[in-house]
Ligand binder design. Structure first.
Ligand code: G1P
Length: 276
Protein backbone atom coordinates (compact mmCIF):
# COMPACT_ATOMS: atom_id res chain seq x y z
CA UNK A 1 0.00 0.00 0.00
CA UNK A 2 1.04 3.62 0.32
CA UNK A 3 3.57 4.41 3.02
CA UNK A 4 5.42 7.42 1.67
CA UNK A 5 4.63 11.07 1.26
CA UNK A 6 6.82 13.52 -0.62
CA UNK A 7 6.94 17.22 0.24
CA UNK A 8 8.56 19.45 -2.38
CA UNK A 9 9.84 22.33 -0.22
CA UNK A 10 12.64 23.89 -2.23
CA UNK A 11 10.64 26.92 -3.48
CA UNK A 12 11.65 30.42 -2.43
CA UNK A 13 8.30 31.81 -1.30
CA UNK A 14 8.96 35.18 -2.90
CA UNK A 15 5.36 36.31 -2.36
CA UNK A 16 6.09 36.40 1.36
CA UNK A 17 9.26 38.46 1.29
CA UNK A 18 10.73 39.77 3.50
CA UNK A 19 9.46 37.03 5.89
CA UNK A 20 10.95 34.34 3.67
CA UNK A 21 14.31 35.99 3.07
CA UNK A 22 16.15 33.60 5.38
CA UNK A 23 13.32 31.39 6.71
CA UNK A 24 11.55 28.68 4.73
CA UNK A 25 8.01 29.65 3.69
CA UNK A 26 6.87 26.24 4.93
CA UNK A 27 7.80 27.31 8.45
CA UNK A 28 5.45 30.30 8.44
CA UNK A 29 2.98 29.65 11.24
CA UNK A 30 -0.76 29.39 10.91
CA UNK A 31 -1.44 30.66 14.43
CA UNK A 32 1.28 28.75 16.32
CA UNK A 33 2.02 25.77 14.07
CA UNK A 34 4.17 25.86 10.93
CA UNK A 35 2.38 25.17 7.67
CA UNK A 36 4.52 22.13 6.97
CA UNK A 37 3.41 20.49 10.21
CA UNK A 38 -0.24 20.61 9.13
CA UNK A 39 0.78 18.78 5.97
CA UNK A 40 2.79 16.13 7.84
CA UNK A 41 -0.12 15.63 10.26
CA UNK A 42 -2.46 15.05 7.32
CA UNK A 43 -0.04 12.48 5.85
CA UNK A 44 0.34 10.63 9.15
CA UNK A 45 -3.44 10.58 9.64
CA UNK A 46 -3.61 8.82 6.25
CA UNK A 47 -1.09 6.23 7.44
CA UNK A 48 1.86 7.72 5.53
CA UNK A 49 4.70 7.84 8.02
CA UNK A 50 7.70 7.76 5.71
CA UNK A 51 8.13 11.42 4.93
CA UNK A 52 10.46 12.65 2.20
CA UNK A 53 11.41 16.27 1.68
CA UNK A 54 12.79 17.63 -1.56
CA UNK A 55 14.58 20.53 -0.05
CA UNK A 56 16.98 23.25 -1.12
CA UNK A 57 19.18 26.05 0.07
CA UNK A 58 18.03 27.85 3.22
CA UNK A 59 15.62 25.14 4.34
CA UNK A 60 17.46 23.60 7.26
CA UNK A 61 14.88 24.88 9.76
CA UNK A 62 12.55 22.16 8.43
CA UNK A 63 15.03 19.42 9.36
CA UNK A 64 15.50 20.91 12.80
CA UNK A 65 11.76 21.19 13.32
CA UNK A 66 11.28 17.47 12.73
CA UNK A 67 14.02 16.46 15.13
CA UNK A 68 14.19 16.21 18.89
CA UNK A 69 15.38 19.24 20.80
CA UNK A 70 16.49 17.91 24.18
CA UNK A 71 17.68 21.27 25.46
CA UNK A 72 14.31 22.92 24.82
CA UNK A 73 12.40 19.98 26.25
CA UNK A 74 14.59 20.10 29.34
CA UNK A 75 13.96 23.85 29.70
CA UNK A 76 10.17 23.59 29.58
CA UNK A 77 9.81 20.41 31.67
CA UNK A 78 7.43 21.11 34.55
CA UNK A 79 6.43 24.56 33.27
CA UNK A 80 3.08 23.50 31.82
CA UNK A 81 4.31 24.23 28.29
CA UNK A 82 5.13 20.63 27.39
CA UNK A 83 1.74 20.27 25.72
CA UNK A 84 2.70 22.92 23.18
CA UNK A 85 5.22 20.59 21.57
CA UNK A 86 3.73 17.21 22.41
CA UNK A 87 1.96 17.04 19.02
CA UNK A 88 5.21 17.72 17.18
CA UNK A 89 7.04 15.15 19.35
CA UNK A 90 4.37 12.57 18.50
CA UNK A 91 4.93 13.16 14.77
CA UNK A 92 8.69 12.86 15.20
CA UNK A 93 8.26 9.58 17.07
CA UNK A 94 5.91 8.12 14.47
CA UNK A 95 7.69 9.16 11.28
CA UNK A 96 10.87 8.45 9.43
CA UNK A 97 12.13 11.58 7.68
CA UNK A 98 14.47 11.71 4.73
CA UNK A 99 15.79 14.56 2.66
CA UNK A 100 17.24 15.19 -0.74
CA UNK A 101 18.20 18.47 -2.34
CA UNK A 102 16.86 19.97 -5.52
CA UNK A 103 19.85 21.80 -6.89
CA UNK A 104 17.96 23.92 -9.41
CA UNK A 105 14.32 25.04 -9.42
CA UNK A 106 13.03 23.56 -12.66
CA UNK A 107 9.37 23.04 -11.81
CA UNK A 108 7.18 20.77 -9.70
CA UNK A 109 7.76 17.83 -12.06
CA UNK A 110 11.50 18.25 -11.60
CA UNK A 111 11.10 18.43 -7.81
CA UNK A 112 9.09 15.20 -7.82
CA UNK A 113 11.62 13.50 -10.09
CA UNK A 114 14.36 14.60 -7.69
CA UNK A 115 12.42 12.77 -4.97
CA UNK A 116 12.62 9.44 -6.80
CA UNK A 117 15.63 8.49 -4.73
CA UNK A 118 13.47 8.74 -1.58
CA UNK A 119 10.47 6.93 -3.05
CA UNK A 120 11.77 4.06 -5.19
CA UNK A 121 9.27 1.78 -6.87
CA UNK A 122 6.04 2.24 -4.91
CA UNK A 123 2.98 4.46 -5.07
CA UNK A 124 3.29 7.63 -3.01
CA UNK A 125 1.54 10.85 -2.11
CA UNK A 126 2.70 14.41 -2.79
CA UNK A 127 1.67 17.30 -0.57
CA UNK A 128 2.26 20.94 -1.41
CA UNK A 129 2.29 22.46 2.06
CA UNK A 130 1.12 25.84 0.70
CA UNK A 131 -2.30 24.29 0.28
CA UNK A 132 -3.69 23.84 3.76
CA UNK A 133 -6.62 21.44 3.80
CA UNK A 134 -9.03 21.13 6.70
CA UNK A 135 -11.76 18.50 6.52
CA UNK A 136 -14.55 17.61 8.92
CA UNK A 137 -14.01 13.85 8.97
CA UNK A 138 -11.22 12.11 7.08
CA UNK A 139 -8.40 14.37 5.93
CA UNK A 140 -8.02 14.91 2.18
CA UNK A 141 -5.09 12.48 1.88
CA UNK A 142 -7.04 9.84 3.80
CA UNK A 143 -9.91 10.27 1.35
CA UNK A 144 -7.49 9.88 -1.56
CA UNK A 145 -5.77 6.81 -0.11
CA UNK A 146 -9.19 5.14 0.19
CA UNK A 147 -9.87 5.95 -3.46
CA UNK A 148 -6.47 4.62 -4.48
CA UNK A 149 -7.23 1.28 -2.81
CA UNK A 150 -10.21 1.02 -5.12
CA UNK A 151 -8.70 2.23 -8.43
CA UNK A 152 -4.90 1.79 -8.09
CA UNK A 153 -3.99 4.68 -10.36
CA UNK A 154 -2.70 8.24 -9.98
CA UNK A 155 -5.16 10.70 -8.44
CA UNK A 156 -5.19 14.50 -8.26
CA UNK A 157 -7.38 16.47 -5.86
CA UNK A 158 -9.42 19.18 -7.57
CA UNK A 159 -11.82 21.94 -6.68
CA UNK A 160 -13.83 24.48 -8.62
CA UNK A 161 -11.85 27.66 -9.01
CA UNK A 162 -13.12 31.07 -10.10
CA UNK A 163 -12.50 32.04 -13.74
CA UNK A 164 -10.24 34.88 -12.68
CA UNK A 165 -7.85 32.44 -10.94
CA UNK A 166 -7.85 29.63 -13.48
CA UNK A 167 -4.45 30.66 -14.92
CA UNK A 168 -2.82 29.79 -11.57
CA UNK A 169 -3.74 26.08 -11.65
CA UNK A 170 -3.37 22.86 -13.52
CA UNK A 171 -6.87 22.37 -14.94
CA UNK A 172 -8.52 19.04 -15.76
CA UNK A 173 -11.47 17.76 -17.75
CA UNK A 174 -12.87 14.28 -17.36
CA UNK A 175 -15.73 11.83 -17.52
CA UNK A 176 -17.60 11.29 -14.27
CA UNK A 177 -17.00 7.80 -12.82
CA UNK A 178 -18.87 8.20 -9.60
CA UNK A 179 -19.77 10.96 -7.18
CA UNK A 180 -16.90 13.48 -7.18
CA UNK A 181 -14.57 11.18 -9.16
CA UNK A 182 -13.63 11.79 -12.80
CA UNK A 183 -11.49 9.88 -15.23
CA UNK A 184 -9.24 12.55 -16.70
CA UNK A 185 -9.39 13.10 -20.45
CA UNK A 186 -7.49 16.40 -20.61
CA UNK A 187 -5.30 18.46 -18.36
CA UNK A 188 -3.46 21.72 -18.99
CA UNK A 189 -1.00 23.54 -16.76
CA UNK A 190 -1.99 27.12 -16.03
CA UNK A 191 -4.23 27.72 -19.08
CA UNK A 192 -5.75 31.03 -20.05
CA UNK A 193 -9.45 31.34 -19.32
CA UNK A 194 -10.18 30.53 -22.98
CA UNK A 195 -7.94 27.45 -23.07
CA UNK A 196 -9.18 25.99 -19.76
CA UNK A 197 -11.01 22.68 -20.35
CA UNK A 198 -13.16 23.20 -17.22
CA UNK A 199 -13.13 25.10 -13.95
CA UNK A 200 -11.66 22.19 -11.96
CA UNK A 201 -8.24 23.23 -10.69
CA UNK A 202 -5.68 20.85 -9.20
CA UNK A 203 -4.76 21.56 -5.61
CA UNK A 204 -1.61 20.41 -3.87
CA UNK A 205 -2.54 16.79 -3.12
CA UNK A 206 -1.53 13.96 -5.43
CA UNK A 207 -1.23 10.21 -5.31
CA UNK A 208 1.17 9.00 -7.94
CA UNK A 209 2.07 5.55 -9.21
CA UNK A 210 5.83 5.08 -9.55
CA UNK A 211 5.79 4.82 -13.35
CA UNK A 212 5.36 8.61 -13.19
CA UNK A 213 9.15 8.91 -12.82
CA UNK A 214 9.78 7.32 -16.22
CA UNK A 215 7.05 9.48 -17.75
CA UNK A 216 8.63 12.58 -16.19
CA UNK A 217 12.01 11.63 -17.64
CA UNK A 218 10.38 11.59 -21.08
CA UNK A 219 8.41 14.81 -20.63
CA UNK A 220 9.67 18.01 -22.25
CA UNK A 221 9.69 21.30 -20.38
CA UNK A 222 6.26 22.91 -20.52
CA UNK A 223 4.73 26.07 -19.05
CA UNK A 224 7.41 28.63 -18.12
CA UNK A 225 10.09 26.27 -19.49
CA UNK A 226 9.68 24.04 -16.40
CA UNK A 227 9.10 20.31 -16.09
CA UNK A 228 5.43 20.12 -15.13
CA UNK A 229 3.81 17.27 -13.22
CA UNK A 230 0.56 18.20 -14.99
CA UNK A 231 2.12 17.33 -18.38
CA UNK A 232 3.41 13.97 -17.10
CA UNK A 233 0.02 13.15 -15.59
CA UNK A 234 -1.66 14.04 -18.86
CA UNK A 235 0.52 11.43 -20.55
CA UNK A 236 -0.30 8.89 -17.83
CA UNK A 237 -3.99 9.66 -18.36
CA UNK A 238 -3.70 9.10 -22.12
CA UNK A 239 -1.73 5.85 -21.67
CA UNK A 240 -3.87 4.47 -18.86
CA UNK A 241 -5.92 6.14 -16.20
CA UNK A 242 -5.63 9.17 -13.91
CA UNK A 243 -8.47 10.28 -11.65
CA UNK A 244 -9.53 13.71 -10.48
CA UNK A 245 -11.16 13.75 -7.08
CA UNK A 246 -13.35 16.54 -5.71
CA UNK A 247 -12.36 16.24 -2.09
CA UNK A 248 -14.53 17.11 0.82
CA UNK A 249 -13.18 19.82 3.09
CA UNK A 250 -11.80 23.33 2.83
CA UNK A 251 -8.58 24.32 1.20
CA UNK A 252 -6.68 27.52 1.80
CA UNK A 253 -4.09 28.78 -0.66
CA UNK A 254 -1.47 29.78 1.87
CA UNK A 255 0.91 30.66 -0.96
CA UNK A 256 -1.08 33.90 -1.26
CA UNK A 257 -1.38 36.55 1.43
CA UNK A 258 -5.21 36.49 1.32
CA UNK A 259 -5.38 32.70 1.65
CA UNK A 260 -2.83 32.77 4.43
CA UNK A 261 -4.82 35.32 6.42
CA UNK A 262 -8.08 33.38 5.83
CA UNK A 263 -6.40 30.17 7.04
CA UNK A 264 -5.06 31.96 10.09
CA UNK A 265 -8.48 33.33 11.05
CA UNK A 266 -10.14 29.97 10.41
CA UNK A 267 -7.61 27.96 12.44
CA UNK A 268 -7.63 30.53 15.22
CA UNK A 269 -11.39 30.14 15.61
CA UNK A 270 -11.42 26.39 15.07
CA UNK A 271 -8.38 25.06 16.91
CA UNK A 272 -6.99 27.74 19.12
CA UNK A 273 -9.72 29.97 20.52
CA UNK A 274 -11.92 26.98 21.25
CA UNK A 275 -8.97 25.28 22.88
CA UNK A 276 -9.26 22.10 20.76
C1 G1P B 1 1.41 23.74 -8.79
C2 G1P B 1 0.99 22.91 -10.01
C3 G1P B 1 -0.42 23.26 -10.45
C4 G1P B 1 -1.36 23.14 -9.26
C5 G1P B 1 -0.88 23.97 -8.07
C6 G1P B 1 -1.71 23.71 -6.84
O1 G1P B 1 1.55 25.08 -9.21
O2 G1P B 1 1.93 23.10 -11.05
O3 G1P B 1 -0.83 22.41 -11.47
O4 G1P B 1 -2.67 23.56 -9.66
O5 G1P B 1 0.49 23.64 -7.74
O6 G1P B 1 -1.33 24.51 -5.76
P1 G1P B 1 2.29 26.20 -8.32
O7 G1P B 1 1.25 26.74 -7.38
O8 G1P B 1 3.41 25.50 -7.59
O9 G1P B 1 2.76 27.23 -9.29
Amino acid sequence: MIHKCLFPVAGYGTRFLPATKSSPKEMLPIVNKPLIEYGVEEAVAAGLTRIGFVTGRGKRAIEDHFDKNYELEDQIRGTGKEDLISGTRALIDQCEFSYTRQKEMMGLGHAILTGETLIGDEPFAVVLADDLCIAEGDGVLTQMVKLFKQFRCSIVAVEEVPDADIHRYGVVAGEPLKDGVYRITEMIEKPSREEAPSNLGIIGRYILTPDIFEVLRNTSPGKNGELQITDALRQQALDGCVLAYRFSGRRFDCGSIDGFVDATNFCYQRFYKNGQ
